[in-house]
Design a protein around this ligand. Structure first.
Ligand SMILES: Nc1ncnc2c1ncn2[C@@H]1O[C@H](COP(=O)(O)OP(=O)(O)O)[C@@H](O)[C@H]1O
Ligand SMILES: [Mg+2]
Length: 509
């Protein structure tokens, strides 16, 4: 007897169909799996055999050969258990189940329950693109499918329930499609810019960063409020669009970090991995092939506090994602690419003691110490950070001032307006903010008049800027103009944008 059912595997965040074929023939009882299976799948033998028996079904006391096709792609994890069990049971003429037409996803426990797995959302989205419409998934994961139109998703809790459904003996209620707007309405941020006294320049820089999606570095002495400012940053970011939310949710789902109750991430991610975190936990990959912190920050914020404290290797691996918005990680016998388009917010002290360059404090470091500290950040990394801003200690008067500071809600309104201009500008293209403009787009949307051109030329020569820095200045200037609702970039916009690139000369020059 031969049977065939469909499951789905994942490579990066893309899914591919896997055909699970079972052949049961006479001969000495034996269970063999062919087709590049990792150890977790080999262990599936035991889980599936025990689950079938404990569910009260007869386990074929024959020679069972299982083929996972295509044979040349490595299959990992436990999510094929359900497909394997159904495929074996389908060879029995006593049961008469009809497994055709569904994609099966789920792990089995010894007692025959269907357990949650990672990556259900990206699997269903990929499968839908490839024409698959009906899915049987673990009940715990069902909500992940709750926002996808055009598919029928049936949640099951046990192998018995699945079999009875396929026999037509029980009905399963398919997941209802929810409205994304209903979830977004409830997301909010804890910290508000109104609690930060003074620091107008840093706040302005953060507003530009949020409006255009620009990477930003804060340099200043300890206690000046850098970490506090960074934590306020999410409160002025534009709401996630549904498309962005799906991408974020896919990654969270694969990483096993998704809140399975809501089934969707409705808030921009804010990730702040500690500087002692390993490079693999930042980039992802490794033995169990998970997205790392920088991918979990996709479409959100990656906050690296005290940037020079991270290992040089970790800092340098940021180069590819900062440029391309993706990270490629090598695995034992393959490479995987995960999305990693994040808004980098970094902070640092200017030297080991923290006071170098501060207005009214004395620095005790030797020039050599300062140099060594700053050298942790290479030119190519600094070049990829569009906005550099000094944050000096808040003055006593500012701190004690009764003046009401602008709230995040007011700043966010301006950010939203600037973002809407960009959404219109980039309609139909892949990016949706100024910071991610391609080179041709930068040419097209950042044209300068003669005066602005002259300002930029002078700065370019005086500050010895790279071509990359040149383009990034143009993009920041574009955002500053958008915040003002100006169609053309004016000299004051370009001048302000250049101002955010003069610090590398002051400290590193
Ligand atoms: N501008 C400010 N307004 C109000 N409180 C501030 C300000 N700057 C610093 N603080 C206070 O000082 C604390 C330390 O700031 P922090 O953000 O940790 O500084 P840094 O990261 O620069 O070392 C904050 O938690 C906050 O209580
Ligand atoms: Mg800090």
């Amino acid at each position: 007897m031969l049977s065939k059912v469909v499951s789905f595997g994942l490579k990066g965040i893309e899914g591919f169909p896997i055909s699970v074929e079972t052949d049961v023939s006479n001969g000495l009882p034996k269970f063999e799996i062919v087709g590049l299976a990792d150890t977790a799948i080999k262990e599936a033998k035991e889980r599936v055999r025990t689950a079938i028996k404990n569910s009260g079904y007869e386990y074929p006391n024959k020679r069972i050969t299982l083929n996972l096709a295509p044979a040349d792609v490595k299959k990992e994890g436990s999510l094929y258990d359900l497909a394997i069990a159904i495929s074996i049971l389908a060879t029995s003429d006593k049961l008469e189940i009809k497994p055709k037409g569904y994609v099966y996803i789920g792990e089995l426990s010894f007692d025959g329950l269907v357990k949650k797995v990672r990556g259900v959302l990206p699997l269903i989205i990929s499968a839908r693109k490839q024409g698959y419409k009906k899915f049987i998934v673990p009940k715990e994961n069902a909500q992940e499918a709750g926002f996808i139109e055009g598919v029928e998703v049936y949640p099951v809790t046990s192998l018995i329930e699945c079999v009875n459904f396929l026999k037509g003996e029980v009905m399963l209620e398919k997941i209802k499609v929810g409205k994304f707007d209903d979830v977004v309405a409830v997301s909010e941020c804890e910290l508000d810019f109104s609690s930060v006294k003074g620091q107008q320049r840093a706040k302005r820089a953060l507003e530009i960063s949020a409006a255009g999606g620009h990477n930003l570095l804060m340099i200043g002495p300890p206690g000046s409020g850098k970490s506090m400012l960074a934590k306020c940053f999410p409160s002025i970011l534009p709401d996630l669009t549904f498309e962005e939310a799906l991408e974020v949710t896919k990654i969270a789902s694969i990483a096993g970090e998704l809140d399975l109750k809501t089934g969707i991430v409705s808030k921009r991610p804010f990730r702040s991995p500690h500087h002692t975190a390993s490079t693999v936990s930042l980039t992802g990959g490794g033995t169990n092939s998970k997205p790392g912190e920088i991918s979990l920050a996709h479409n959100g914020v990656l906050f690296l506090d005290e940037l020079p404290e991270y290992t040089r290797h970790s800092i340098e691996t940021l180069r590819q994602p900062l440029e391309d918005g993706v990270i490629t990680v090598a695995r034992a016998n393959a490479t995987v690419t995960y999305p990693a388009t994040f808004n980098l917010i970094a902070s640092m002290n200017p030297c080991p003691c923290g006071n170098f360059g501060a207005k009214d404090r004395e620095c005790h470091c030797t020039p050599n110490q300062i140099h060594k500290y700053l050298a942790k950040l290479s030119g190519p990394i600094m070049d990829r950070i569009d906005i550099h801003v000094e944050v000096d200690s808040v003055s006593f008067d500012d701190l004690k001032s009764e003046k009401v500071e602008e709230s995040s809600a007011v700043i966010k309104e301006r950010v939203d307006r600037a973002r809407n201009i960009q959404l219109e500008r980039f309609k139909g293209s892949k990016n949706f903010c100024n910071a991610k403009m391609s080179v041709p787009q930068t040419k097209k949307f950042c044209a300068l008049d003669k005066t602005s051109e002259d300002i930029l030329r002078t700065a370019f020569e005086k500050l010895k800027l790279s071509a990359r820095a040149h383009d990034r200045i143009l993009r920041v200037a574009r955002t500053i103009a958008d915040l003002e609702g100006q169609e053309t970039i004016l000299p004051q916009h370009i001048a302000e944008a250049i101002g955010y690139r003069s610090l590398d000369r002051k400290y590193w020059g």
